[in-house]
Design a protein around this ligand. Structure first.
Ligand code: CA
Length: 178
């Protein structure tokens, strides 16, 4: 649920229960059940942990436009002995003035479990990126939106791939999958 709506429902709910004002309670319930829930999961700048052998995540509000001035991070970890393959199912970010270095909104991917890990790729604009492969069991993903101009955002899925998948070993750590 959107943070603003959570605050409104909480405030309205407490007031409703305390004062027992019927009209106010009705407004409170209408607010709860009429809110269009976005498809995407939560966004956290501290990082959301994603585990298991597969899963997916997306930018805030997806498939509606993401908000401005937002940073979300995900820490993907797959079982020992596997690597992370990240695939973008949809990708529509702001086209930056300098697209080659993604000076506005971007998705950055690192080869590890924190923001100090080696950078694998940074994507922006509207071209759907090729899949990205980590060298070990961790991948760190950051989405950042600057203060103006937003788009639909992205949806991505990850899968654990085994050691037999490492026939592209000479390409690691860059995304060289076709
Ligand atoms: Ca922007």
């Amino acid at each position: 649920m959107h943070p603003d709506v959570s605050l409104q429902t909480y405030t309205g709910g407490v007031d409703c229960l305390r004062r027992r004002v019927v009209s106010h309670c009705r407004s409170f319930l209408i607010l709860i059940f009429s809110h269009p829930f976005p498809e995407s999961g939560p966004c956290s700048s501290a990082g959301i942990s994603l585990t298991g052998t597969s899963g997916n995540f997306s930018s805030p509000n997806y498939p509606l436009n993401y908000p401005n001035s937002k940073t979300c991070r995900w820490k993907i970890s797959v079982p020992e002995g596997y690597r992370v393959k990240l695939t973008f199912d949809s990708f529509q970010l702001e086209t930056c003035i300098v697209p080659s270095v993604c000076t506005c909104d971007y998705v950055r991917i690192r080869d590890g479990n924190d923001q100090n890990s080696d950078e694998l790729e940074t994507f922006c604009g509207s071209n759907t990126p090729l899949p990205v492969l980590s060298s070990r069991r961790f991948m760190w993903v950051e989405f950042h939106a600057d203060s103006n101009n937003n788009e639909e955002g992205f949806r991505a899925s990850y899968t654990a791939v085994g050691k037999l998948f490492s026939f592209h070993i000479n390409c690691v750590p860059k995304s060289c999958l076709s």
